[in-house]
Design a protein around this ligand. Structure first.
Ligand code: SF4
Ligand code: SF4
Length: 402
């Protein structure tokens, strides 16, 4: 296929944490709200006058200093983020919002704060730690509303004079939904039998919407969508279509590695992905916008921290629904090394998807930076693809697109 006109531009943005668009937004006088974890209601960080940036640590190498503070038993995502903050890689931020998505991300944020690894030269810099619900119910919505007021809206208003009114929140949701619509429309091309966008290209575009100011991406995303409408796909060359599932996946190199084995990544159910991360948020005239945003985050959440049994089972049903919608032949569960929530979710999910829903499933743990064990991972994915091909030859595979 012909290269996407802006792919190189998007790839470049993702090489460093303090990308050009962050510098541009800051030079326009906007405040940068850094955050951790998919449980943070993003539109509240994108009110007029500020913009949200989810922290990630591209090109991570040594994590020795973070390991000294957090031990080698804590997940590599958390250690990579702590290491990068100690190196000064997040000094562009004006505050840090950290929900207690899991205990490890908690420890990461606490260490960043105790070491004063962010915001040293900014008197208004603030750290906020939020409690997020363990259950998807209306009490959870109420809790999240309160937490958002106390730990996002009030501090933003008090420290930086950000307008946190109903009208301002509605405007921020409109911007959020615009980006979600673009990503979803682009992602829908992955359902085609002969797709006109690779899983790697899509992962690049989606990741950019988390780590760059959203309002500065709209032009190029819109142009990319228009370009895709007439892009000629290559002859179908894929050996199998895979749905990738897991926690934080902020390394498109992992998707590239999978596709280099001849597979096609047709759907992305991971944090930093589009499903459900780029679902639009519905507002109504009968409810205030903050409650609607929190309702969306509580009920659409696919994080294993939600432990009510109907949610535990509906997460697997959700994977099955996505696999059918995107025509996946197999499912790849991935867990960052030493991540506890996904160690359990991966074990249970892969068994249920294999036994109850009859999918071929590969369950792997992976390093934060895939380059540190690319050979081993490539071998495992290749073997998985071959097993799917054998099943297909035997007529036991292919659930097919709904
Ligand atoms: S898996 Fe859960 S705790 Fe971890 S980033 Fe995703 S939403 Fe947050
Ligand atoms: S990778 Fe797992 S342990 Fe680490 S922050 Fe995410 S959910 Fe928590």
């Amino acid at each position: 296929m012909r290269d996407l006109k802006h792919l190189y531009y998007f790839e470049n943005l993702l090489q460093i944490t303090n990308n050009d668009l962050i510098s541009q937004a800051k030079s326009e006088g906007k405040k940068c709200v850094a955050y951790l974890c998919e449980n943070t209601p993003e539109p509240l960080l994108n009110l007029a006058g500020c913009f949200g940036v989810r922290l990630f640590a591209p090109q991570t190498g040594s994590m020795d200093i973070a390991t000294y503070y957090m031990t080698s038993l804590l997940c590599e995502t958390c250690r990579a983020l702590l290491e990068r903050s100690i190196e000064g890689g997040f000094n562009f931020a004006d505050c840090l919002i950290a929900p207690d998505g899991c205990t490890m991300i908690n420890r990461c944020a606490e260490n960043i704060e105790l070491l004063r690894a962010m915001g040293k030269d900014n008197d208004h810099f603030f750290y906020e730690h939020m409690e997020v619900p363990l259950k998807a119910d209306d009490n959870g919505v109420e809790l999240l509303v309160l937490q958002c007021k106390n730990h996002i809206l009030n501090p933003l208003h008090e420290n930086y004079g950000i307008d946190v009114s109903e009208a301002a929140i509605r405007e921020a949701v409109t911007l959020h939904n615009k980006v979600c619509r673009l990503i979803r429309e682009i992602g829908d091309f992955r359902k085609e039998a002969n797709p006109r966008i690779t899983g790697y290209e899509f992962a690049i575009l989606t990741l950019a919407t988390y780590v760059c100011p959203k309002y500065l991406l709209i032009d190029k995303l819109t142009e990319t969508l228009e370009e895709l409408k007439t892009r000629e796909p290559d002859e179908n060359k894929y050996r199998a279509r895979l749905l990738v599932v897991g926690s934080e996946m902020d390394d498109p190199g992992f998707i590239k590695l999978i596709e280099e084995t001849g597979a096609y990544v047709c759907a992305d159910r991971y944090c930093f992905g589009s499903l459900p991360g780029r679902d639009e948020i519905k507002l109504s005239d009968d409810e205030d916008a903050l409650t609607s945003v929190c309702r969306h985050y509580v009920y659409e959440c696919q994080c294993p921290r939600q432990m009510n049994m109907d949610k535990v089972y509906s997460r697997k049903q959700y994977i099955n629904d996505l696999a059918r919608e995107y025509g996946a032949d197999g499912i790849l569960y991935n867990q960052i090394k030493f991540c506890d929530p996904w160690a359990y979710e991966k074990a249970l999910g892969s068994a249920i998807l294999r036994e109850k829903y009859d999918y071929p499933v590969l369950a792997v743990d992976r390093p934060y930076n895939i380059n540190s064990s690319a050979g081993q991972m490539r071998t495992r994915v290749q073997a998985f693809i071959e097993s799917i091909e054998i099943k297909n030859i035997q007529g036991r595979g292919k659930h097919g697109c709904d």
